[in-house]
Design a protein around this ligand. Structure first.
Ligand code: AMP
Length: 281
């Protein structure tokens, strides 16, 4: 496995591999890798000749300085893990390499970034678009892999790739969960043992909501999920929305056509966790 710190070097290397006809799969991450990330690596390895992972904690997507400062950085264990999993190349740029100049680009996603994560984390998706376009330009992969865990991010990135007309296939991978159902996240290691235990209520409540399904209105289900989680003194719901999987607009009636996804953000102490569940249509 080769580790690159400079965009020109990795770009040249990938350009020559592409000339040899190799298919390139790309998994962008912020490190502190867990089995969720590794599932993306496995998917890429199955579908491509070469798998490239990037590890970069992108400052422009953080609207909260403390969250950025406290974001776990575990490069010393990330690299051996990627090597063990058969990753071919890792791109580990520093901030200067990615942002030699401040990035002043402003992206527009219509209504997709006005709701949920976009509403509560202003500028978050603009920062994501800045880093993803830069990474796609550097790596120029045939396919890029994203987790369904960050459902809104996945939808925004699909729109970004379409708008920019990048010849890249976006592949979405299912949410990988801990044994008690908690969605794996780099932020989970910041939870206290008590918070970690209580955080399992999030997926449990989402699953129950899915089982309840259309027997109650979306509005009532929204309230039931929020109330159940807020009753736990360790947890505080920031939002729970049931949205259309294409427009991300709230669903008022189960009779609406299209797939519905319940998306949630919850604070466990100071740690912000997100999760989602797809309702049967
Ligand atoms: P991050 O390092 O948090 O930016 O995540 C990098 C990629 O891994 C994103 O596409 C995430 O959606 C994906 N990912 C993170 N957690 C999970 C998970 N539990 N299951 C599947 N994919 C995940």
């Amino acid at each position: 496995m080769e580790v690159f710190h400079h965009r020109r070097e990795i770009n040249q290397h990938i350009t020559s591999l592409k000339k040899e006809g190799k298919a390139i799969g790309f998994v962008p991450t912020m490190g502190a890798l867990h089995d969720g990330h590794i599932s993306l690596v496995h998917a890429s390895k199955q579908q491509n000749d070469i798998t490239v992972v990037s590890i970069f904690v992108n400052p422009t997507q953080f609207n909260n300085k403390e969250d950025l400062a406290k974001y776990p950085r575990t490069l010393q264990t990330d690299l051996p893990l990627l090597e063990k999993e058969g990753c071919d190349m890792v791109f580990v740029p520093d901030e200067k390499e990615m942002y030699p100049e401040p990035d002043l680009r402003v992206f527009s996603f219509g209504n997709l970034d006005k709701v949920m994560e976009g509403k509560y984390r202003p500028g978050h998706f603009n920062g994501i678009a800045q880093v993803v376009t830069k990474l796609i330009d550097i790596i120029s992969p045939h396919r890029a892999y994203f987790g369904f865990k960050d459902f809104q991010q996945l939808i925004v990135i699909k729109k970004l790739i379409d708008d920019c007309q990048y010849p890249v296939e976006i592949v979405s991978c299912p949410i990988v969960r801990e044994a008690d159902g908690l969605a794996m996240s780099s932020r989970n290691i910041r939870l206290s043992p008590e918070e970690r235990k209580h955080a399992a209520l999030i997926p449990k409540t989402l699953l129950r909501a899915k089982q309840t399904g259309t027997s109650v209105s979306p509005a009532r289900l929204k309230k039931a999920v929020t109330d159940t989680i807020n009753k736990d003194p360790h947890l505080q719901v920031e939002y729970f929305e049931i949205v259309d999987d294409k427009t991300l607009q709230p669903v008022n009636s189960w009779d609406q056509t299209g797939v519905k996804v319940g998306c949630i953000a919850v604070y466990a102490g100071n740690v912000r966790l997100i999760d989602n569940i797809t309702f049967n249509s």
